[in-house]
Ligand binder design. Structure first.
Ligand SMILES: Cc1cc2nc3c(=O)[nH]c(=O)nc-3n(C[C@H](O)[C@H](O)[C@H](O)COP(=O)(O)OP(=O)(O)OC[C@H]3O[C@@H](n4cnc5c(N)ncnc54)[C@H](O)[C@@H]3O)c2cc1C
Length: 369
């Protein structure tokens, strides 16, 4: 049985690891040239995904790299009003710790045989048991698993569905080594998540493991081509900072000071998602895991679902060895139901964020009583 996994992200690696634990080898084809080829950046909030890491025999290693204090939360309004402050006690359980995406990916990669990932293999097409890569090489498979993320190419072999823009555009910036360079801003942001929401905008600052604070300025209810009309000069980082501050009129000076303190790394990100509850007729030799199967708004479910998908498919293949179609159908039944619920929940949170009174709605979400 030759299992070919396209994509060495959360879903593909979790699948490869669970298969490896059950004595089933798989090959992961990844388009990047090495594990260090691209900065993975950012923190992930891992909650339900811990079940997958337990199945993968990695929960202790995960707890060693997870940051409990990353669960801290501060919610504010643009005029400076503090709505919510939650500090994680020293002895708090690791229910939703934050982990550096690069650390989590390294942990998964290190848990696999050295030759499990074939770097520099960009999937191009597949048919009749033959995979073709962008460099002209090819490989055979009995089962093809598309774990190739939001812009999946494998997806088209199962469904015509495509991600649609959610009316949200984000500019990502950041402050390096904040404790040393801007201690007063570091104290304001705290150890975890710092969120200012209001007037159709949000500013989300999050402390990363390496001391960098990543900041996303989100513009809700904006069209897909918004960056082209926003007058944000992406080729000039200093001018980007000035324009972002201009786009936050009336915001407390402490919040705009966060933007002014950023370095020159700027990334625009347009947010899209697949239809909620997407399913497809099961195919005997191909399936999808992670964002390829169910890209959702980025409200903290995607990586968790990708890890769970990988574990679920791995367990199904181990339970139905020699019968790939049954394993795939079993996995997809469980995955469609679980990720459909997560996508509905994510869509509801996304709706709260775009509402005129978003900050109060988010407060009610975090403090239901
Ligand atoms: C800013 C941001 C913050 C987020 N925060 C959270 C969070 O806190 N919690 C959470 O649960 N989720 C979060 N998410 C969502 C999460 O990152 C994704 O849902 C998750 O990474 C999906 O995993 P995946 O394995 O499906 O895809 P990915 O992790 O994206 O991996 C896909 C892999 O496939 C490779 N690939 C792509 N195309 C090809 C090809 N043609 N050939 C070969 N390889 C290919 C890519 O290089 C990549 O390595 C966040 C997302 C964003 C954008």
């Amino acid at each position: 049985m030759i299992i070919a996994i396209v994509g060495a992200g959360m879903g593909g690696l979790a699948l490869a690891r669970v298969l490896h634990l059950h004595g089933i080898e798989a090959v992961v084809y990844e388009r990047e040239s090495s594990r260090a080829a691209r900065g993975q950046g950012g923190m992930l909030d891992i909650h339900s995904g811990q079940r997958a890491l337990r199945e993968a025999g990695l929960i202790d290693r995960f707890h060693a790299i997870a940051r409990s204090e990353g669960q801290d939360m501060r919610l504010l309004e643009p005029d400076g009003t503090l709505l919510l402050r939650q500090d994680t006690p020293e002895d708090a359980p690791l229910d939703r710790p934050e982990v550096d995406r690069a650390d989590l990916r390294d942990m998964l990669l290190d848990s696999l045989p050295a030759d499990a990932v074939r770097w520099g293999h960009a999937f191009n097409s597949a048919d009749n048991g033959l995979l073709r890569f962008a460099d002209g090489s090819s490989a055979t498979y009995d089962l093809l698993v598309g774990a190739d993320g939001a812009q999946s190419r494998v997806r088209a072999l199962l469904t015509d569905a495509r991600p649609a823009h959610l009316g949200q555009n984000v500019v990502e910036v950041g402050i390096p080594d904040i404790d040393r360079t801007h201690p007063e801003l570091a104290a304001m942001v705290g150890r975890g998540n710092f969120w200012v929401i209001g007037n159709g905008l949000s500013l989300a600052a999050q402390r990363n493991g390496d001391g960098r604070v990543r900041i996303g300025v989100c513009f809700y209810n904006t069209p897909e081509n918004w960056f082209a009309t926003s007058a944000i000069p992406f080729d000039d980082p200093a001018a980007v900072r000035a324009r972002l501050i201009e786009l936050l009129p009336g915001w407390d000076a402490r919040f705009t000071a966060l933007i002014a303190a950023c370095d020159d790394l700027v990334a625009p990100r347009s947010i899209s998602a697949l239809p909620v509850g997407l399913i497809w007729p099961s195919q005997p030799d191909r399936t999808l895991v992670g964002d390829a199967a169910h890209l959702m708004p980025p409200v903290g479910e995607g990586a968790n679902m990708a890890l769970l998908d990988g574990a679920s498919l791995g367990l199904a293949l181990a339970a139905h060895q020699g019968d790939i179609p049954t394993a795939v159908a079993t996995y997809e039944r469980e995955m469609f139901e679980r990720t459909g619920a997560a996508a509905r929940m994510s869509a509801r949170v996304q709706e709260l964020l775009t509402a005129p009174d978003a900050s109060r709605r988010m407060l009610a979400f975090f403090q239901p009583d």
